[in-house]
Design a protein around this ligand. Structure first.
Ligand code: FES
Length: 143
């Protein structure tokens, strides 16, 4: 399998790894087939993604996808972050092998999950997501 240099770079030096203690949106999704899990932490202020971090227990493409996805949504509005598709993540990585496209889907969905968690926390209805992956994390608020 041939990976782009950008994929290798983000795999070897992933950006935004870790967690945010005072996150106000947390998303976690997993792919039942490969067993990989991705968790995204958002710090939203005035509808802007002020900070974002991730923890991914998964393959190299999943790590590269989460790293790139967090870079792409940082500083964006919540609405813009919601629009980030897995295709855009894969394109920003200069492509992923076809059998690895689902790894970028995980990134899109983990972000969606985190955004909906944030929306719930401020009393808004969750947005509709496609949800190909397994939803793991229900919510962080009100537990
Ligand atoms: S192999 Fe499943 S996320 Fe990469």
């Amino acid at each position: 399998m041939v990976y782009s240099e950008i994929v290798m770079d983000h795999f070897r030096n992933p950006r935004n790894v870790g967690e945010i203690k005072d996150a106000n949106g947390i998303g976690e999704v997993g792919n039942a087939k490969c067993g990989d899990i991705m968790k995204i932490y958002l710090k939203v202020e005035d509808n802007i993604i002020e900070d974002v971090k991730f923890k991914t227990f998964g393959c190299g493409s999943a790590i590269a996808s989460s790293s790139m996805a967090t870079e792409l949504i940082k500083g964006k509005t919540v609405d813009e972050a919601w629009e980030l598709t897995n295709k855009a993540v894969a394109e920003a990585l200069d492509g992923l092998p076809p059998v690895k496209m689902h790894c970028s889907v995980l990134a899109e969905e983990a972000i969606h999950d985190a955004i909906n968690d944030y929306r719930k926390s401020i009393g808004l209805e969750p947005w509709e997501t496609k949800h190909h992956s397994e939803h793991i994390h229900e919510e962080v608020h009100g537990e």
